[in-house]
Design a protein around this ligand. Structure first.
Ligand code: GLA
Length: 693
């Protein structure tokens, strides 16, 4: 059992493989945080510190490390819960009521119950302890047992206390075509806030926190947490005046208010969190293993061909069939027909919402293409954007009230489209039935579910920011239950909706519309800190790249895309013989190494931008890969020495390099390392390694 309780002292110790987390209940019934760090065996060693007032301007609640801070009393710091009761009272005063222990899948769960001393508001704090993964999952549930509505104005899922100052805070910034731009900044006094207010997209920041104390890839303290929710989130990191750093993560309270009706229970999204003293690599490994084993759909992802960059909206059956033929020839396993196949869709301004097959583009129906793809032995996939509608569509004409709007205002379009009010039951039914129908009528194996704009002019209810995404999750889950073999890809103008929430709902994730192989190295590098490699769909596309206008050799483009789940988005009908031959070779090679790439341990040996060479290692069982990129040669064509990681010291490994085979011991490869030298711009290679004993 990973939950140890000292009943006399009311102290709870959550034990994981190498770390632990402790908190307790004080004599006033307040939950107090005690410890988060390396494993301490004895629960008996922990004591409840006394709260002393430092001065009248430093009230105890400000200084005390509260496990779950609520709004009320002499508290001016960040809080997790703010509730307003029917009589105008706007503070929560809780007392500890007891605990329960539950056994979950792969975890033990501790549930702490708190109750307001006057109102019938129950707060349950959940701690799932994934001991083997060295991770916890924290969440909170509020329940209204009264006969009147309680307004929840803020509900952050968890608060963490880190007993250090001067930490580094890492997250990503970005925008369309430039997702996952990692930044690190020193925390000082004051707050850092990352958030999303757009409802559907996270191109800008991502719902996680990473805090470190001068950590490197394989050394140093790292505290981290990732929210299991898409949509409006906020994360706050604050270095307090009292010698610690406080972090919170949860639903964004911006424009949020949940009316908790009598009898209603609301569960806030969980935060997966952990601590390691072994640097970023161990953080990534823990999250990757956890996601692969417990969150994501099992199985390797197919090599896909997607026709979007080749044909845009100008889809026609004959050309798609030719593309499918060629895609098969080079080795693709899945053919995805992107935007433009439905309604009167010929650009961004029309057709969305009218999900019938366009008869001009498919005069003999969609099955002509589906059958062709199937006859080639490939899977068939199709693009949809179910949450959206163009003003120029039959759906909008029939249901103008289905979009998010205020009655006296005109809603804004973006990319020529409105957002459907997914909180309405009739809209949910429409979206579910449309997709169910599509999947039932055609032999479809893969749905690319897009969402190309943020939400605006929401309905008067302030809980839509949460309920919108909840509806999407439910529809996708229901469809997957009925159409068990269908893979669902989440896309939102590229990687606008990637997070630990959607990771368990969808199966494949479009990382970015930016397919420039050099830019992608940076995007992929940041992505790998938190997200598993299998969740990173990467395409090879044509040059000059449509965003960067850069020309990069096809081999480098393949190697860059082969770092994730490989896809091809080129106009393959324009391929030269050399392009075709290289594509065949690369795709065949990828199929061989795919289990190592998609399910192996990932090491950033020389991360993007840290030196001229970008070097990454993957290891699975006794097999491994080293991807080496030299985007630009510098004076003297310098080489680099790379020390591998994660090998067995005493084992002997054979490395297959461009220059021939090398056989060395694990400790040689990890300490002395190998010398690498590539030449020219956009040079790249992949080295295979195998353990011999
Ligand atoms: C978004 C996606 C692209 C493509 C287009 C289609 O931009 O990110 O991959 O599907 O929509 O309109």
């Amino acid at each position: 059992m990973s939950i140890v309780i000292n009943i006399n002292k009311n102290i709870f110790l959550l034990q994981m493989k190498s770390t632990c987390y402790a908190f307790g209940v004080d004599d006033k019934g307040l939950l107090r945080h005690l410890y988060w760090g390396e494993r301490i065996e004895s629960c008996e060693d922990f004591d409840m510190p006394h709260i002393d007032e430092v001065s009248t301007n430093d009230p105890p609640a400000e200084i005390t490390r509260e496990e779950f801070a609520v709004y009320g009393g002499l508290r001016y710091k960040e809080y997790c819960l703010k509730a307003a009761f029917y009589d105008g009272t706007r503070e929560v005063v809780y007392r500890y009521c007891g605990y329960e222990i539950a056994e979950g899948e792969n975890c033990d769960e501790l549930i702490i119950t708190l109750k307001d001393i006057h109102y019938e508001l129950i707060i349950k704090l959940h701690y799932k302890v994934y001991a083997d993964y060295d991770l916890m999952e924290r969440s909170v549930e509020v329940e209204n047992l009264s006969d009147k509505t309680i307004e929840i104005e803020r509900l952050h899922s968890a608060q963490f206390h880190i007993p250090h100052e001067g930490l580094n805070f890492t997250n990503v910034h970005g925008h369309w075509g430039a997702e996952q731009q990692k930044f690190t900044q020193k925390l000082s006094y004051g707050k850092v806030i990352i958030e999303n207010r757009r409802g559907i997209s996270t191109h800008n920041h991502n719902p996680y926190f990473i805090l470190d104390r001068n950590a490197s890839e394989n050394s140093g303290d790292v505290y981290f947490g990732a929210l299991r929710m898409s949509g409006n989130f906020s994360g706050i990191a604050e270095q307090t005046p009292y010698g610690e750093t406080l972090v919170q993560l949860g639903i964004n309270s911006h424009d949020f208010m949940l009316k908790l009706t009598p009898g209603e229970i609301f569960a806030a999204p969980p935060v997966i969190c952990g601590y390691t003293c072994d640097g970023f690599e161990s953080m990534s490994h823990r999250l990757h293993h956890f996601a692969l084993d417990t969150i994501m759909r099992k199985g390797l992802r197919p090599v896909l061909y997607n026709s979007w960059e080749a044909t845009g909206f100008a889809v026609n059956c004959d050309e798609q069939m030719k593309l499918a033929q060629k895609a098969k020839e080079i080795g693709a396993e899945l053919f995805v027909l992107d935007d433009g196949w439905f309604g009167e869709r010929d650009g961004i301004d029309n057709g969305l919402g009218d999900w019938y097959v366009n008869s001009k583009k498919f005069p003999n129906g969609l099955n002509e293409l589906v059958d062709k793809v199937k006859s080639l032995g490939m899977l068939f996939g199709i693009w949809v954007e179910p949450e959206m509608v163009n003003p120029k569509s039959q759906l909008y004409k029939n249901h103008p009230d289905w979009i998010y709007h205020f009655d006296t205002r005109e809603s804004d379009t973006s990319r020529g489209q409105y957002v459907l009010n997914m909180t309405k039951t009739e809209v949910q039914t429409f979206v579910y039935e449309m997709l169910d129908d599509l999947l039932s009528k055609y032999n479809i194996d893969y749905i690319k579910w897009d969402a190309n704009r943020p939400i605006s002019q929401t309905s008067p209810q302030k809980d839509i920011w949460y309920k919108h995404i909840d509806a999407i999750y439910s529809i996708a889950a229901k469809l997957k239950k009925k159409h068990k073999n269908v893979l669902f890809e989440a896309c939102a103008s590229g990687g606008g909706r990637i997070d630990y929430g959607i990771l368990g709902i969808f199966d494949d994730f479009w990382t970015s519309d930016n397919t420039d192989a050099y830019d992608r190295l940076f995007i992929q590098d940041s992505y790998s800190y938190v997200y598993p490699i299998k969740a990173m769909r990467s395409w090879v596309t044509d040059c000059p790249n449509f965003i960067s206008q850069r020309n990069i050799p096809l081999k480098f483009r393949y190697h860059s895309a082969m770092m994730g789940s490989l896809g091809i988005g080129c106009n393959i009908l324009k391929f030269t013989e050399d392009d075709t031959a290289l594509s065949k070779e690369m795709i065949a090679f990828y199929k061989q190494i795919r289990p190592i790439v998609q399910e192996g341990d990932f090491y950033r040996l020389s991360g993007a931008g840290t030196s001229d060479y970008f070097v990454y290692e993957y290891l699975k069982g006794g097999e491994g890969l080293v991807f080496v990129f030299l985007p630009q040669s510098k004076v003297g064509h310098r080489g680099t020495t790379v020390r591998l990681r994660g090998l067995c010291k005493k084992s002997i490994y054979t490395l297959e390099t461009d220059g021939g085979e090398i056989t060395k011991s694990g400790d040689y490869l990890m300490n002395r390392g190998i010398d690498l030298r590539l030449e020219g711009d956009y040079a790249s290679t992949v080295i295979k390694l195998k353990r011999n004993n």
